[in-house]
Design a binder for this molecule. Structure first.
Ligand SMILES: Cc1ncc(C[n+]2csc(CCOP(=O)(O)OP(=O)(O)O)c2C)c(N)n1
Ligand code: SF4
Ligand SMILES: [Mg+2]
Length: 324
């Protein structure tokens, strides 16, 4: 039976600030869940620590609010223990590109079949607006005493260099685009990144809803000129890398992704930048070594007998691990 929006929302009190882009992301995640062919009892959302992390409290799926920067170890562990789950990791830009950057990078090398959505508001919202790794050099939001002394990381390039096989960007208040991007990320077989540009009206007074919407610049009919443009719709860009393509074609497309990822400011590309269908998933690589993995994965194995005693011989294990 198709799910309704009310089925995937909880009625807990929401304390995000009025006008926060987190609301747009929450609505798009929930709408996407009602439109994909998945048993909601198989969906698990993991979140990091930050304002974004509260999304698990307000979304009616299994949900685990993890530790700051440790979102990916939790989410990947669950998916490997039970590959039948639909795992969605939802983090912040500080959580994933800052303290959790090592996990962000190594997750790309594994290519586990799951989705990673990042609330990218260029600040550490929960801890009162310090510059996050995506805030540009020299920018001074109202919460910084001095302009930012560090230059920004580029999440699209970071993901490309790390091996993510689906790399996309969307905007929190373009709910149709974001919802469709999330659906495509979930459908992709492999690790999918959705970097979501998200206004934080409380601490980031530079990248505001008006700024993204282009209210500060107008065309001849006095209409705002939005900054975000859809790369696939406006330029006909096709992000897919198929197994049949030659190395030269793959290189050409990858260079185009790098070129697009550098655009920022007056024109900000959104959409799917890269979808590589040539790379095996980590689950496939394990199954190549352990032929029973997909049928008898760890979550299906008995850990304890009826007497609650472990079914594995722990004494043997501890002797094995003993360093003499
Ligand atoms: C190990 C650890 N270090 C630092 C903190 C403090 N802390 C909590 S949230 C946060 C930043 C959150 O920023 P981001 O991930 O961008 O999330 P946002 O609040 O912007 O959604 C920090 C530094 C913490 N909770 N745990
Ligand atoms: S501090 Fe910023 S990110 Fe956090 S809830 Fe408020 S507006 Fe949203
Ligand atoms: Mg943030």
């Amino acid at each position: 039976m198709a799910l309704k929006l009310a089925d995937v929302k909880t009625d807990l009190h929401n304390d995000w600030c009025p006008g926060c882009g987190d609301f747009g992301i929450e609505a798009s995640v929930q709408m996407a869940l009602t439109e994909i062919p998945v048993d909601i009892n198989r969906v698990v959302i993991f979140s990091g620590i930050g304002c974004h992390g509260k999304i698990v409290h307000w979304t009616n799926t299994f949900g685990i609010h993890t530790l700051h920067g440790r979102l990916m170890p939790f989410a990947q562990g669950a998916k490997l223990a039970n590959p039948d789950l639909e795992v969605i990791a939802i983090g912040g830009d500080g959580d994933g590109y800052g303290i959790g950057a090592g996990h962000f990078m190594h997750a790309g090398r594994r290519n586990i079949d799951m989705t990673y959505i990042v609330h990218d508001n260029q600040v550490y919202g929960l801890t009162k607006g310090q510059a996050s790794p995506t805030q540009g050099l020299g920018e001074k939001t109202k919460s910084l005493p001095e302009p930012n002394i560090n230059s920004a990381v580029n999440p699209i390039m970071l993901a490309l260099a790390s091996g993510y096989t689906f790399i996309s960007r969307s905007y929190a208040f373009d709910s149709r685009h974001l919802k469709e991007t999330i659906k495509r990320a979930i459908a992709h077989r492999g690790l999918a990144l959705v970097d979501v540009l998200q206004p934080c009206p409380t601490y980031n007074d530079i990248n505001t809803k008006d700024w993204y919407g282009g209210e500060d610049r107008r065309d001849e009919k006095n209409r705002p000129i939005p900054r975000c443009y859809d790369i696939e719709k406006t330029t006909g860009f096709d992000p897919t890398i198929t197994p049949e393509m030659s190395i030269e074609e793959v290189e050409k497309k990858t260079l185009k992704v790098i070129e697009l990822s550098k655009e920022w400011g007056d024109k900000i590309p959104i959409g799917v930048f890269y979808q590589n269908e040539r790379v095996s998933t980590y689950e496939d690589r394990i199954a190549d070594r352990i032929s029973t993995y997909k049928q008898a994965y760890p979550a299906k194995q008995t850990l304890a007998g009826k007497d609650a005693r472990p079914t594995v011989d722990l004494e043997y294990l501890s002797k094995e691990l003993l360093i003499s």
